[in-house]
Design a protein around this ligand. Structure first.
Ligand code: ADE
Ligand code: ZN
Length: 318
């Protein structure tokens, strides 16, 4: 199994249907689905928002530290089978705070498992607090201050949720504050939003990595810049197909992105919702797009080099 780093993963997007039902039962929560089949029947998405609606609704079952810890352990166990040896995991604190779940509950639940992930699963990990771009910058700033005050073990911040209409520049102060606090910075851009959002994320927010970024291919000048600057793009093929950012796997731009020299990696985004983990993404790329072993090795090396792992860990994995 090729060792890879997973750089684009929402921990809440790893909540599998079986675990949703198990946690609902444990917490005495009644779900609006009679059984697993009825829940699975909802996993037909028309765009990003149609997915986000279900993704946020299903978070209702996450109530205690143990719930967050169980979800995290389940992801790490599955990711280890996929060859993941380093993972940078996003958590959406605002999505839990708005449901009345305290910050300490979600952060500690995930972080307590990540603290021993290398020994337990062979996966070095770090945690990234992602902010919801369809909420206000004030809300994000307040949560960031709280995270800093509690010395939450976060390595960086990200920006996710509904992209179109919520350009990166809306969060200029948030990212400046995070930079001042010594945090790494990444943002979703160019998933559904235009190439200009990628430029804004780089120039206004100062991000080091772009999550998705597939729409850069519409702007040759931007592509040239991204190639020159070796900007990492964390691409998620199955996600793009399921959220209809692309028509089908056969039409996915990843081979073209590789061909022009972009620094792309393969990631699973929300694997419980999009039909598979990192290994499933690689398998689809190989079977549908004929990605060669050489391409796969290059993609895996890109993921490790583009990670925020220590130089020592990167050397170990390369
Ligand atoms: N939150 C979880 N998955 C996401 C995605 N693919 N895009 C934006 N926000 C998300
Ligand atoms: Zn994402």
């Amino acid at each position: 199994m090729l060792p890879v780093a997973e750089l684009h993963l929402h921990i809440e997007g790893t909540l599998e249907p079986e675990l949703i039902f198990a946690l609902a039962e444990r917490n005495g929560i009644s779900l609006p689905y009679a059984d697993l089949d009825e829940l699975r029947a909802r996993y037909e998405f028309t765009d990003l928002q149609s997915f986000l609606d279900l993704y946020y609704a299903n978070m209702a079952v996450l109530q205690t530290e143990q719930d967050f810890a169980d979800m995290t352990r389940a992801y790490l166990a599955r990711a280890a089978l996929a060859g993941v040896r380093h993972a940078e995991i996003m958590l959406d604190p605002q999505a839990h705070l708005s449901r009345g779940v305290p910050l300490v509950t979600c952060v500690n639940g995930v972080a307590s498992v990540l603290a021993t992930s290398e020994g337990d699963y062979g996966i070095s990990t770090l945690l990234i607090a992602a902010f919801l771009r369809d909420q206000s910058e004030e809300s994000a700033l307040a949560v960031l201050e709280e995270l800093l005050a509690m010395q939450a073990p976060i390595a960086g911040i990200g920006l996710d949720s509904a992209e179109v209409g919520n350009p990166p520049a809306k969060f200029e102060r948030l990212f400046a504050r995070a930079g001042d606090a010594g945090l790494r910075r990444i943002a979703h851009a160019g998933e559904e939003g235009p190439p200009s959002y990628i430029i804004e994320a780089l120039d206004v927010l100062g991000v080091e990595r772009i999550d998705h970024g597939i729409r850069c291919m519409e702007d040759p000048e931007l592509v040239e810049r991204l190639v020159e600057e070796l900007t990492p793009l964390t691409v998620c093929p199955l996600s793009n197909v399921r959220l209809r950012a692309v028509d089908d796997m056969a039409g996915h731009p990843l081979p073209a992105m590789l061909a022009v020299g972009l620094n792309v990696s393969v990631n699973s985004d929300d694997p419980a919702y999009f039909g598979g983990y990192v290994d499933d993404n690689f398998a689809q790329l190989a079977s549908v797009l004929g990605l060669s072993e050489f391409d796969c090795v290059r993609l895996a090396a890109n993921s490790i080099r583009s990670s925020f792992a220590s130089e020592e860990r990167k050397t170990e994995l390369l």
